[in-house]
Design a protein. Structure first.
Length: 381
């Protein structure tokens, strides 16, 4: 989607032309005519420099998958339709779903203050949890500073010298929030919008305060298990990605030039409830289809989730509670979320009725047009 909803702080996704990859591998015979524009967009991403792409769509005609490029630059091994990958901020939709389920159960209100559930946590340099609600965390209107925008944090965990030294560090949610509290708020709560990963670190902490269980346990119990998402996991501090999977690559820089690093292994505690999850395209399709069909939330909570706020600079996109709303160039209305973390750029998009879903992943974080893939699938161009 057009709004940058990644975990990455110091690095920037830009377009370049490098690393042309092997020819496209398509899904079942007969699907080509219906997904030809998607295939072209996936192939174009590889021509633009993405090492490899995996994508899976689900619609009334069945399931279609395509891969392009390579999953391993050293061996030339292809990507797989079954690849598991780090989904980054797509984790946020899962976290928001759990909180909305807790609201439906009467265990919290979205209008509860952060202070009620996390006393003294949001405090310092003008931050005050007494004036911030859970709803404002989930729709990014809290004004809380984004910890991944901190320059020291960026140098340590997103640029080459720091990342290669600190890639296996374990960070606690409290430490991540503390980084944000060193800065002034971006704005007074409820007066504007700004994407802040800190909001969802706090949301995960609220889940623990309300239930006594970690957000990972609640997501597993409430969503992963019931939907049989067998490729989806919350790794905690585990540095590896389960097989089948491809390698993940990054420039670890603010440009698309320079060396390419294998960043597959990292301790995802630096993302925590803002973006630690691992999944595959089929699981993401299943999750978002179930969510939009109302299988995970009662109508009242789904309506709240789909109540969006305007995003300056993105006239066709709104942000709800961990869910983005977008009108495509052809007028098709879709819901979903994007995610970015070291070496991995992902997107999951679903029509409002949940009947048509697409999820895909680039195993590089410095190039590639993900919007073109979404437009190709839902608009045919």
């Amino acid at each position: 989607m057009s709004v940058r909803t990644t975990l990455v702080g110091a690095t920037t996704l830009v377009l370049s032309a490098a690393l042309a990859g092997p020819a496209l591998a398509a899904g079942p015979a007969g699907a080509g005519a219906e997904h030809s524009a998607t295939r072209r967009a996936v192939e174009a991403a590889v021509q633009a420099g993405v090492p490899g792409v995996t994508a899976t769509a689900k619609d009334a005609h069945g399931t279609w998958s395509a891969t392009a490029g390579v999953g391993n630059l050293r061996t030339g091994a292809a990507r797989s339709a079954d690849d598991r990958y780090r989904v980054g901020s797509i984790t946020k939709t899962f976290v928001a779903t759990v909180l909305l389920q807790l609201e439906a159960e009467g265990r919290l209100s979205l209008d509860d203050t952060v202070e009620k559930w996390l006393p003294g946590v949001v405090h310092g340099h003008g931050h005050d949890g007494r004036g911030i609600t859970i709803r404002q965390l989930l729709n990014h209107t809290s004004g809380i500073y984004n910890y991944t925008a901190d320059e020291d944090f960026g140098r340590t965990y997103f640029l080459a010298e720091g990342f290669l030294q600190h890639r296996y560090d374990t960070l606690t949610p409290a430490q991540l929030v503390a980084v944000a509290m060193k800065h002034k708020p971006d704005f007074a709560p409820g007066t504007s919008w700004n994407y802040s990963n800190t909001n969802y670190i706090l949301a995960g902490m609220v889940i623990k305060s309300v239930t006594g269980h970690s957000y990972a346990q609640e997501i597993t119990h409430r969503i992963i298990g019931p939907l049989h998402l067998r490729a989806t996991s919350l790794p905690g501090t585990r540095a590896t990605v389960p097989y089948p999977s491809s390698r993940a690559y990054s420039k670890l820089a603010q440009t698309a030039t320079g060396p390419t690093y294998d960043v597959t292994k990292l301790n995802p505690s630096l993302a925590s409830s803002a973006g630690e999850m691992i999944s595959d395209s089929a699981d993401l399709d299943r999750f978002y289809r179930a969510l939009l069909r109302g299988d995970l939330l009662p109508p009242e909570q789904l309506k709240e989730m789909k109540t969006t706020v305007k995003i300056e600079g993105a006239p066709n996109t709104g942000y709800g509670l961990g869910l983005m709303d977008r009108t495509l160039s052809c007028g098709v209305h879709v819901w979903g979320h994007d995610g970015g973390i070291h070496g991995s750029t992902s997107s999951a998009t679903t029509t409002a009725d949940g009947r048509h879903a697409l999820a895909f992943n680039f195993n590089g974080d410095w190039t590639g047009d993900s919007d073109a893939v979404v437009e190709g699938e839902f608009c045919g161009r």
